[in-house]
Design a protein around this ligand. Structure first.
Ligand SMILES: Cc1ncc(COP(=O)(O)O)c(C=O)c1O
Length: 416
């Protein structure tokens, strides 16, 4: 591969934009619902609101929210306040915006680790985190950055975290348990109440990773769906990560991290004064970060309101019901576990699903695969709704072909 060279002369805006468009030619067509993850969509109106607000604050820098841009500070605080209402935060609860689920998780792990070090009076305490195999790799990323151990316990028969298996991996150095709401692979919400009770009994921190569910589960509950308690209403939950840029339908990069109280949040911020430029105080790992994402999230919240989010949750969950019924109607397929929201995986005892995925990819459907057990997996939003029948019809054809030929996958791999 040749290395790109810096252009000798500049090109016109039109030329550059044309090149950008042409660069997309091999991309997966997310607008036609072909991606099983990466893009979360709630229709053109929400997209346009987020986009307009993002570019309204395109130049401002959220790093300067405390000194230069009180507008940005207010919007971030409003988002945190509004979200804490959704997540049953009490009067002492607090939170911060970040640039993504991974950053929210790293911040929460760091807060817990430093809180624990402080409380134990052991500044070099290493500690471990115990969770289920289904928890997101962001916890291992955080652990690698901070030299913490992560222990992953097998999930139960229902694919949810198994509190007994988790407890079996705990020891005196365990400082944090993690439950997902829902987990990425299976779309099920872990038994957060049981994990909360365990965390309280063993005096450790419980983090709930609601990066996927944080901004859809509350609305799904409001419209009467059966969603188990997962947030601060559960005793023992110390922190929650929740992504605005997933099912909050806000532009990337935008996530949030919340703490039950100021004691849990005490070690969140980075506060430094040992250099020539004076006090350097940030509430994110990033320094400079886009104010546009904050303005956009604020605008989307206000544009949609509770009724807008409930409307989206209604359409989404009804679509997911139809999707699940469509999967069940294809001989040889079954939905894996009993997903609570719109992350759904299906599996088969009769055909090689990875071969099915290979055939589906010929029609442009990017495969989302699970390897334990072998399954096809999608995080669905409204962009997948208009192509529901097309997806199910292609799927039925692919399953029938694989059944008829008994073909096995030619080398496709499960990659996130
Ligand atoms: C459950 C869960 N947690 C955390 C993350 C990490 O989020 P991000 O990709 O925004 O860093 C994801 C991403 O898909 C996720 O599904």
């Amino acid at each position: 591969m040749t290395r790109a060279t810096f252009p000798e002369t500049g090109q016109s805006r039109t030329e550059v934009l044309d090149i950008l468009k042409s660069l997309r030619k091999n991309d997966i067509d997310w607008k036609r619902g072909r991606t099983p993850l990466y893009v979360f969509d709630a229709g053109d109106d929400v997209y346009e609101m987020g986009r307009a607000a993002f570019f309204e604050f395109f130049k401002e820098n959220a790093l300067g929210k405390n000194r230069a841009f009180p507008s940005v500070l207010k919007m971030e605080n409003d988002i945190v306040d509004m979200s804490l209402d959704l997540l049953h935060g009490g009067p002492d609860a607090c939170g911060f915006m970040t640039t993504g689920g991974t950053e929210s998780i790293i911040q929460a792990v760091q807060s817990c680790r430093n809180r624990t070090r402080h409380d134990r009076g052991e500044p070099a305490f290493r500690g471990n985190i115990v969770t289920a195999t289904s928890a997101h790799p962001a916890f291992d990323k955080a652990a690698r950055l901070m030299d913490i151990e992560v222990r992953r316990a097998p999930v139960g028969a229902d694919y949810r975290a198994d509190p007994e298996a988790i407890e079996a991996l705990m020891d005196d150095d365990t400082m944090m348990l993690v439950g997902s709401a829902p987990c990425f692979p299976y779309g099920v919400i872990d038994p957060i109440a049981d994990l909360g009770a365990l965390a309280q009994r063993r005096s450790v921190w419980l983090h709930v990773d609601a990066c996927v569910g944080g901004y859809v589960a509350p609305f799904a509950r409001m419209i009467g769906r059966s969603i188990p308690a997962f947030d601060f209403e559960v005793p023992g939950v110390c922190s929650i990560s929740a992504d605005l840029h997933k099912y909050g339908f806000c532009p990337k990069p935008a996530s949030t991290v919340y703490y039950r109280d100021t004691t849990c949040a005490e070690f969140h911020a980075f506060d430094f004064d040992n250099w020539p430029s004076g006090r350097f105080y940030t509430t994110t790992i990033c320094g400079t970060r886009p104010a546009g994402a904050i303005a956009a999230a604020w605008a989307v919240f206000h544009h949609l309101g509770l009724d807008g989010y409930k409307r989206i949750a209604t359409e989404l969950m009804e679509f997911v019901d139809d999707y699940r019924a469509g999967i069940k109607a294809i001989p040889g397929l079954k939905v894996l576990a009993d997903p609570h929201l719109s992350v759904v995986a299906f599996t088969s005892d009769e055909v090689d699903l990875f071969r099915v995925a290979e055939l589906m990819s010929r029609n442009g459907w990017l495969p989302g695969l699970l390897k334990e057990p072998k399954a096809i997996h999608r995080l669905m939003s409204l962009v997948h709704h208009p192509v529901l029948d097309e997806y199910l019809s292609d799927l039925r054809d692919a399953v029938e072909t694989v059944r008829a030929t008994g073909a096995k996958a030619e080398g496709i791999e499960a990659i996130y």
